[in-house]
Structure formats: C-alpha cells, structure tokens
Design a binder for this molecule. Structure first.
Ligand code: COI
Length: 354
C-alpha cells in the first residue's frame, strides 16, 4: 500500500495519500477532468506478464510517435467509481468485473493484460493515493480510468512490442447535465455485427468514430445519440456512453449482448436489482417501434449511473417518456447508488472496501 504521510509538505515535496484539503466546489462537479496527484503505472513486454507497478505523480507520459496506440489504436480502457460512505469508508463497485472485461478486451486486441489481483491493486492504490480528491458523501465520486495500451514502437501493422497500463482518476459528478433527450442515429453505425467487430469491448477505437454524430446531435439540442444495429438498422443497440433499457407494462427489456453492445457492469447490476424487485427482465432484440411505444426508457453506465430518458427522436417522430422520482429508473437508481455508497445493504458483496 502507498505511504500514508501527508500531501504537500512544507519543504515543497509531495508524498502519497495525504488528506490535505483540495480547493473544490464539490457541488459544481460535472464529468470533466480534474487532475489529481498520482497515477499508477505498470509496463510489460509483448509475450511477458504484467507485474507490480508503481505510483508516480499524475502528469503527461512520453510516447514514441510510432507507438501502437497512436498509429493503430491498440488500446482499451475501463471506468469505475469509488465512493465515500457516510460512516467514513471508501467503497469500490465490482472492480473484479472491470478487471475481467479488461482481460477480454485485451485478448481481442492482442495485448497482455494485468491479472485480476494486479488490476484491483492498481485501482486501490490510485484511489488511496488520491484520497483527498474523493468527494464527500453524496457530493460525487472518484472516477477511475484504467487504460491499457500498446506503447512500443511499430511501423508495420502488428501488435506493439511493449504495453503500458496506467490508472488515473478524477472527481466527478453527473455525466449529463439536465434531462436526457436522445436522437436515434440513422446514418452512422457504432459497431459491426457479431464478435468480428469490437463493439463488445472497451476499445479506444469505438469512441472517436461517433464524435461526428454526437456533435451534430448536440448542435440540434439533443443530449446523446442512440445507435441502431448496422445489419438491418431496425434494432436499438446502445447510446454513445451507456446501455439502454425500456419498460412496457411490468416488463423491462434491454438489447441482448451479442458482440456489438458493451457488456456494461451497471447494466448487469440493474438486471439483477430489477429481477430481485420482482420485474421480468428480458435481454433481447428491441425494435425502434417497440422503443417508441415504451412507457419508460433509461440509460445505465458507470459514468451515467441510471438516467431517465425524457424524449427520443427518430427521424421526424418524437416521443416523451415518464420521468421523475416515481419512475422505475428512479427506484433502480436509488437502490444501486445506495449499495454503491453503503446506505443500502450490499447483500451480493458487490462493493469492495479499501
Ligand atoms: C463509463 O461509463 O465508464 C465510460 O467509459 C463511458 C465514457 C464515454 C465516459
């Protein structure tokens, strides 16, 4: 574990994990990067295994211009949150799931990945070293971003000879400002069908290609875009930063995971929470028409948590959904956040205290 001495020392030197107060207005937190004190780094050569890394001051990293990540996009990332509880503990939410998903993504992108234990240790160390950036209970969370990339130099198309894992963090509040008005994107697709694509992993290459659709949607007053399947253009898949669910009657449905949709950890947790609350939850193909006829719609993700969708626009059709505290998504959010922040009993041992 990192040394426990205090933040900025009088002689100007810095040590790890201090609780020196930070100048932050926690109530103004959104989802923008707030640089913190430390990041955790591990390196490994192609064909080798990652071993223990170390904490270094947060800052820029040096890369060869021919690094695999820069030229050929050989990189994946994760996202998870740490929360302070009212009784002074710090909790991570299902970090093992992130470690497993990173391994699946690394296998797909021909990269070595840290073991589950190394991954969780890196995340814990990142949080402990930056503890003073963890918002007070109920005022936000510390978002941890583990990143795995080919940093060795390549020119021909091939897996990089060296890999770097970096875990950094930032205090965050809500991902979306205000209500979620979604535009269904009917020209640009996020992923190609089946496991041949990379839609089912958190590859860095999945994200920048949707910037044009998001930028256009935002310019027209929408908060996010929802992508359709590229094979038929008839079924909903996911939004740019989160999974989606609909409610019709007493049945909850969410698009089935089949290689084009990110297997969200919040998605998986919400399926379990809703099932335990007595709802029928179906993972299946959902047509645009069904979505437009739903009673409620909501998004789930680490960054977005659980967020009600107030409207969806598909071509010239706009529908509005029920929103507010009385909705299913309000109930699900309350339970999930309660578990994450230690105020609802964690019967499934999802949280990890650090
Ligand atoms: C997350 O929810 O953790 C993500 O990685 C989504 C990202 C676009 C912020």
């Amino acid at each position: 574990s990192p040394p426990s001495s205090v933040g900025n020392c009088e002689d100007g030197s810095r040590s790890v994990g201090g609780e020196n107060k930070v100048e932050m207005n926690w109530d103004e937190l959104g989802f923008g990067l707030v640089p913190t004190d430390y990041m955790y780094v591990m390196k490994c050569a192609k064909g080798d295994k990652f071993s223990q890394g170390s904490l270094i001051p947060y800052g820029n990293i040096e890369l060869s211009p021919s690094a695999g990540i820069l030229n050929y996009g050989q990189g994946i990332f994760e996202g998870l949150k740490a929360y302070r509880t009212e009784d002074g503990r710090i909790l991570l939410f299902r970090p093992e799931e992130n470690a497993k998903r990173m391994k699946e993504g690394a296998d797909r992108m021909c990269m070595p990945s840290p073991s589950i234990d190394l991954f969780i240790n890196a995340v814990k160390q990142t949080v402990l070293a930056n503890k003073r950036w963890l918002p007070p209970p109920g005022r936000g969370s510390l978002y941890i971003r583990p990143l795995l990339m080919g940093t060795g130099a390549v020119l021909g198309l091939a897996p990089a000879p060296e890999y770097t894992f970096v875990s950094f963090c930032s205090p965050v509040g809500n991902y979306h400002k205000g209500s979620l008005n979604i535009k269904v994107e009917d020209k640009l697709y996020r992923a190609i069908s089946g496991s041949a694509g990379t839609g089912g992993i958190k590859s860095v290459t999945n994200y920048a290609p949707v910037y044009s659709a998001i930028t256009e949607a935002k310019a027209n007053g929408f908060s996010d875009v929802l992508f359709l399947d590229s094979a038929s253009g008839k079924y909903i898949e996911e939004a740019s930063s989160c999974n989606v669910f609909i409610l019709k009657g007493n049945v909850i449905s969410t698009p089935v995971i089949d290689g084009t949709i990110l297997p969200g950890i919040t998605r998986k947790s919400i399926i379990e929470i809703a099932t335990d609350l007595g709802y029928q939850v179906k993972e299946r193909a959902i047509s645009v028409e069904e979505m437009l006829a739903a009673d409620e719609m909501f998004c789930t993700g680490t960054a977005v948590v659980v967020n009600p969708v107030v409207s969806v626009t598909y071509k010239k059709t706009r529908v509005e959904y029920k929103a507010g505290a009385e909705t299913l998504s309000g109930k699900l959010r309350k339970t999930l956040v309660g578990i994450q922040t230690g105020s609802v009993e964690d019967k499934k041992s999802w949280t990890v205290q650090i």
